[in-house]
Design a protein around this ligand. Structure first.
Ligand SMILES: *Cc1c(COP(=O)(O)O)cnc(C)c1O
Length: 396
């Protein structure tokens, strides 16, 4: 077989290491080359005509694709159990590309309201300028989702788990609504990754990732991907060739390299998330912890039934603290760096009030359920005992 060392039944780690790659590569190298090329040449006029008429699997010009990016696309399709993947230069590039390729004026789109705020902002501020209707319903309120679907609805969208509240969507129920009502379903699975959940197997039409997070995994690149069936992704790939939101060969290689350790890293992220959440839940200064792996989480049962693990993101609240006292905890940690994002080997910590909602009114923050004493910790792959000890000293 040309493109894979991993069979369809291989486990996630074998798939992450080998899928999508040729067994023999240029120069007999074990790694894939980085072709630093913006264009690809032809031997003569007849070979151009053959390329066009036979739809040959080669590159023509860098905006339409590059060989390294194809490797990553095949690897991601294999990891998700999907037919095809289209890689973009960022997660938002992937979302915009997917929706622009499939929506027409007069169509409507329904979101669960805890989805990534820039995704909803794109729909609310921009898709509406092109005559696409946008609705939001409370997250995991399946009756509200059903009620919001009209004959014009083309897409239902959710994230799972959501960020920073970590609500977990019942993926089978979500997919079933899409199927029964004849609308396309999209899950932004950035926080769970294909290691913890494979939404396509539950019948969802599209899975989207910010590959900037766990898939890349090293806080050193931006990328995004949509995975689904070949026919539903054909217009997405076509539009990407026009939009130009493609990964450079260098960036695609970084992502390929990062993906090799996805399963190993996720095991550690899952273990660290749970260990840190358990520690925080037992700490007298902590009012509440949101982590789907904890029995106290409102979506624990759904998570336990559907997910292999719950990832590295942990949200918690400092008991009786105002925003400054909460900031003091963040400023006292020594291992996690202070910054946005998640999913990399280095832990990151932030106060959502300051990082993402500083310019919002108190009423808006209340509507988004972002209290002043909320902390979001994205556990990296450090030793959990060190993370716990660091949090203990910061809380002390
Ligand atoms: C970061 C993120 C995005 C956006 O991805 P970028 O790569 O930053 O464009 C979308 N969805 C979720 C859940 C994210 O965490």
């Amino acid at each position: 077989m040309l493109h894979t060392n991993a069979s369809d039944t291989a486990g996630p780690s074998t798939t992450a290491v080998h899928a999508g790659e040729a067994r023999q590569k240029p120069g007999f190298a074990i790694t894939d080359p980085i072709f630093a090329a913006s264009t690809y040449t032809f031997a003569n006029t007849q070979s151009i005509i053959d390329f066009i008429e036979q739809d040959q699997p080669r590159e023509e010009y860098g905006r339409y694709g590059n060989p390294g990016e194809r490797v990553v696309e095949r690897k991601l399709a294999a990891l998700e159990g999907g037919e095809e993947a289209v890689l973009f230069a960022s997660g938002m590039g992937a979302l915009v590309g997917l929706l622009m390729a499939h929506l027409n004026a007069g169509d409507e789109i329904v979101f669960f309201d805890e989805c990534y705020h820039r995704s909803r902002e794109f729909c609310r501020k921009h898709l509406t300028r092109f005559g696409v209707g946008f609705r939001e319903v409370p997250t995991c309120d399946y009756a509200a989702m059903e009620a919001a679907i009209t004959p014009r609805t083309k897409f239902i969208v959710s994230e799972s788990p959501t960020n920073p509240h970590l609500s977990v969507v019942d993926i089978e129920r979500f997919a079933e609504i899409g199927r029964r009502r004849g609308v396309l379903s999209l899950i932004d699975a950035t926080l769970c990754t294909p290691f913890n959940l494979r939404p396509l197997e539950a019948g969802v039409d599209f899975v989207l990732h910010s590959a900037t997070k766990y898939l890349g995994g090293h806080n050193d690149l931006l990328a995004g991907v949509v995975v689904g069936s070949a026919d539903k992704l054909a217009p997405v790939r076509q539009l990407r060739g026009i939009m130009g939101g493609i990964n450079s060969p260098h960036n695609a290689y970084l992502l390929e390299r990062g993906l090799k350790t996805l399963a190993l890293r996720m095991e550690r992220h899952n273990a660290n998330g749970l260990a840190v959440a358990r520690f925080l839940e037992s700490h007298p200064r902590v009012e509440r912890v949101l982590y789907p792996g904890l029995e106290s989480h409102p979506f624990h049962a759904v998570a336990a039934r559907t997910m292999r693990g719950c990832g590295g993101l942990v949200t918690f609240f400092i008991k009786g603290a105002d925003w400054r006292q909460t900031a003091a905890v963040i400023d006292a940690v020594r291992i996690p760096r202070i910054g946005p994002s998640l999913g990399g080997v280095e832990s990151l910590i932030e106060q959502p009030l300051v990082m993402s909602y500083w310019n919002y009114t108190p009423a808006e923050r209340a509507a988004f359920r972002i209290p002043d004493n909320m902390i979001r910790l994205a556990c990296g792959i450090e030793d959990s005992a060190d993370l716990v000890a660091d949090l203990a000293q910061a809380l002390g």
